[in-house]
Design a protein around this ligand. Structure first.
Ligand SMILES: [Zn+2]
Ligand SMILES: [Zn+2]
Ligand SMILES: [Zn+2]
Length: 160
């Protein structure tokens, strides 16, 4: 796989050792694309695979992978440091967070280029990235609460 070659090259460039642990941590993110994992979750997933890497090593590796541009950190305001695979051309999606179940959805459209341009003109900033989170109730939770409502109504009817 090409990405592991890239990883080896980046490690060499920094005079860091190419370890199977570093590849294993990256592999967890590649196997769970679309998820936003904390270092602890990476630890759990690795131990399910009987790969016993210490938490400290995982924390350091995740940080290193971020520094090298393989991962990006995402912040959903829940106090957790989460990471996801960074695809080339930096960011390509935004996040929708359900305030009921906490599930995170991704939205691929990005309509913010115009806004970035406007902000650059107004502030003189050279914008290189942005993060945007939408908070709301996901379709699943909406359907669940509708179901509950209609059950409640049905019960009320039968009481009358
Ligand atoms: Zn939900
Ligand atoms: Zn994401
Ligand atoms: Zn965007």
């Amino acid at each position: 796989m090409k990405i592991y070659e890239k990883l080896r090259n980046e490690l060499k460039k920094r005079h860091l050792r190419i370890t199977s642990q570093r590849e294993a941590v990256l592999s967890i993110f590649l196997e769970n694309q679309g998820e936003h994992l904390t270092a602890d979750e990476v630890y759990e997933k690795l131990s399910h695979k009987n790969s016993h890497i210490s938490k400290a090593t995982i924390y350091r590796t995740v940080d290193l992978l971020k520094e090298m541009g393989f991962l990006s950190k995402v912040n959903f305001g829940d106090g957790m440091e989460r990471y996801e695979v960074k695809e080339p051309n930096s960011h390509q999606h935004h996040h929708l967070i359900c305030t009921k179940c906490g599930r995170i959805y991704e939205i691929k459209e990005d309509l913010l280029e115009e806004l970035e341009k406007l902000i650059e003109e107004k502030t003189g900033f050279k914008i290189v990235d942005h993060q945007l989170n939408f908070y709301g109730i996901c379709p699943r939770c909406q359907a669940l609460s509708e179901e509950k409502e209609s059950k409640k109504k049905a019960i009320q009817h039968s009481i009358k």
